[in-house]
Design a protein. Structure first.
Length: 184
């Protein structure tokens, strides 16, 4: 009996059956430690306002928010004596502190009318991106990391298919300074 294993079989690509998961805050993420969520994309409502504004603006469609953390470490090379018992190698870590959180926000605006740009939303977000001041933010994910203000470094409105659609992407940093400390 002859078995031919080289049959033409069409299989779907790996990523089709194993898609990247973007979690909602309702997916039990609130039970994990905040450090376990670093770098995990989460779709959650986001409210933004400028320093002079009193009302919050809720982005129309929940954006995807990613928070990345980093430590700043001061390392010093020490004198190493060759041939001694218990010889040490490496560096001495003198001081370390937690750096600002890097925040990435990406989403899409969709206009109510077909073949029309979502002009109001684009103009409002552009105004926040070009403001030379920290923005107040409110989101469940930001609350877990004690982030209430961000400073935008980069932003983009890339090409998006469909006249009524416009994607956006923001790179920002947490801004958690105390104004009283700056006056001293």
């Amino acid at each position: 009996m002859f078995i031919d294993f080289a049959q033409p079989i069409s299989l779907p690509p790996y990523w089709l059956n194993h898609p990247e998961v973007v979690r909602s805050m309702a997916d039990n993420l609130d039970q994990a430690e905040p450090q376990a969520r670093l770098g995990v994309p989460c779709a959650c409502p986001l409210l933004v306002r400028g320093q002079s504004e009193t009302e919050w603006w809720k982005l129309p469609i929940e954006p995807v928010i990613t928070i990345n953390g980093k430590n700043s470490i001061v390392k010093r090379q020490v004198l190493k004596v060759a041939g001694t018992k218990g010889e040490r190698r490496g560096t001495v870590k003198e001081l370390w502190t937690q750096d600002d959180y890097e925040v990435n926000i990406s989403g899409i605006f969709i206009a109510d009318e077909e073949y029309r740009l979502p002009e109001q939303d684009i103009r409002r977000l552009r105004g926040y991106c070009e403001a030379r001041e920290p923005l107040y933010v409110l989101s469940d994910l930001f609350t877990l990391f004690n982030i209430d203000r961000i400073v935008i470094e980069d932003y983009s409105f890339p090409f998006t298919h469909g006249m009524q659609n416009q994607m956006f992407s923001i790179k920002a940093y947490s801004d958690n300074y105390d104004e009283k400390q700056l006056l001293c």
